[in-house]
Design a protein. Structure first.
Ligand code: ZN
Ligand code: MN
Length: 479
């Protein structure tokens, strides 16, 4: 039995674009928490005689994503009908793109924490299509909600360049970050804004391989990783049992059962021809001239990768903090503006990651500045707070989020006393100078005099220092 094998993984990723309206009609695209079938019209319901009109913003955003993924953008692009029957697809076909997608032959690099290496994955294509509705099963009944039908989707197809489940998860996380960074999708996997199908098989030596399995609708990063780990092992066991499975074997479609922790056979995979693609006759070809593409190119923000390099190499922030900071674009923007004011990068990064995170979730803050935390405040917090102990630091930050006031003002107002070692020493020295009697008592061996001095320091700092530290410093100074 051959033991040496390689895992081959390729992904098809669907990203919901957060445009105001749907892909081909003016229905609202904000379907979250809306009553079923309230965001529908004859166009997205596919009624006869209606005409689809492409959403310009969605096309621009798809080009933006294509450029960020280093794709060649097709100057002529077109829509095609992908025909299949399913109850959540009102028209009986999906408007998608077949042979002239928005972009092709791209590349996405991600940083694998697994072996601390940059890795690149080729992007086969990036195209636009519309989402289907949602089926809901209640007991014996199946209900359908068409609110989501017609939501613009960006489909990103990779070449099979991934070879490890954990890397695949990291790749997807970085891709999500890029989508958020481009400001084109909320890209929340749990909410279905970002969905992933994974193709996986194993290659044994030169000419033996297991048949490709496509695992459908993975809807969390964890399930992507677990499903791939499980499926690789399942294929290996299967191969070992038969020792003779070639890639000619039928491709299969499988689902991931999160609870049971297994993939299950759904069906043998539909081949491309089953979809009977043909050009969408109701939408003229899209033509993009150089000027238009140039305009989009110049609007691209620096990529997350460029930002990471900047944070690590220029600002000297450790990579773990830099990655954490970049995983939330709004955190990063706030960080950047604070740094521009001259704040210390590492201190600011830690402040945002360690102290702000709490309040961000407590007050459901999306954007700090919108909420009322100015970069100036973060700057004064990052400079002032290191002079205080953890407890005071927390109170000041809490007060800042509550009152939206400058930490400098809060510290003055509350009359917080500095508690770093240097300042504490100064206070202790002054207490020593002011209490000559107690000092000489202590030097003559009267132990309780030390307690008196500690008390004096505590009184002076209004209890904002650690008594044990005070005792230690006092003993040193009185030696
Ligand atoms: Zn509609
Ligand atoms: Mn698709």
């Amino acid at each position: 039995m051959k033991q040496n094998y390689k895992i081959i993984i390729g992904l098809e990723i669907h990203v919901q674009l957060k445009t105001k309206s749907k892909m081909f009609c003016s229905c609202s695209n904000q379907a979250e928490n809306k009553a079923p079938n309230t965001l529908v019209c004859p166009v997205c319901m596919g009624l006869p005689g209606t005409l689809p009109v492409p959403n310009q913003k969605a096309i621009e955003w798809a080009i933006k994503a294509g450029l960020a993924l280093e794709c060649a953008i097709n100057q002529t692009s077109k829509f095609d009908r992908k025909n299949y029957f399913y109850p959540d697809l009102p028209k009986g076909y999906q408007i998608s793109q077949y042979d002239l997608p928005i972009g092709e032959k791209g590349m996405f690099e991600f940083y694998s924490q697994k072996d601390s290496k940059e890795k690149s994955v080729r992007i086969r294509r990036v195209h636009i299509e519309e989402d289907a509705g949602k089926l809901m099963h209640q007991g014996k009944d199946s209900l359908v909600d068409y609110n989501r039908a017609g939501t613009p989707l960006l489909e990103i197809v990779t070449e099979p360049d991934l070879c490890d489940p954990q890397d695949t998860k990291i790749f997807l996380q970085d891709l999500r970050q890029l989508m958020r960074h481009l400001d084109i999708s909320f890209a929340d996997m749990e909410k279905g804004h970002l969905r992933c199908d994974a193709n996986i098989n194993l290659i044994f030596g030169e000419n033996q391989a297991t048949p490709i399995a496509e695992i459908k609708n993975l809807n969390s990063f964890k399930s992507v990783e677990s499903a791939l780990i499980y499926e690789a092992k399942r294929q290996f066991d299967e191969f070992s049992k038969n020792n003779n499975i070639f890639s000619k074997g039928a491709k299969t479609t499988r689902s991931w059962d999160e609870k049971a922790g297994v993939t299950k056979l759904l069906r043998s995979k539909e081949e491309e021809a089953d979809y009977r693609y043909f050009p969408e006759p109701d939408i003229p070809n899209l033509k993009f001239d150089d000027e238009f593409l140039e305009q989009i190119k110049s609007s691209l923000p620096s990529t997350p990768k460029e930002n990471l390099t900047w944070a690590v190499e220029v600002l000297k922030i450790n990579i773990k903090d830099a990655k954490a900071l970049l995983s939330d674009l709004k955190n990063f923007e706030h960080f950047k503006r604070t740094i521009e004011l001259g704040a210390d990068p590492q201190k600011t990064a830690r402040l945002i990651l360690n102290k702000y995170a709490n309040f961000k979730s407590r007050y459901k803050i999306y954007d700090f500045e919108e909420f009322g935390i100015k970069p100036e405040y973060t700057k004064s917090a990052s400079t002032l707070l290191s002079r205080f102990n953890n407890q005071i630091e927390n109170s000041v930050v809490e007060e800042m989020f509550k009152t939206k006031a400058d930490p400098e003002y809060i510290i003055k107002e509350q009359d917080y006393k500095t508690t770093n070692e240097k300042d504490t020493k100064e206070i202790i020295s002054s207490v020593i100078n002011e209490n000559k009697d107690a000092v000489s008592d202590f030097k003559q061996g009267k132990g309780q005099a030390l307690g008196f001095l500690v008390g004096a320091v505590m009184k002076k700092t209004r209890g904002q220092v650690d008594p044990k530290t005070v005792q230690k410093i006092l003993k040193e100074l009185l030696k």
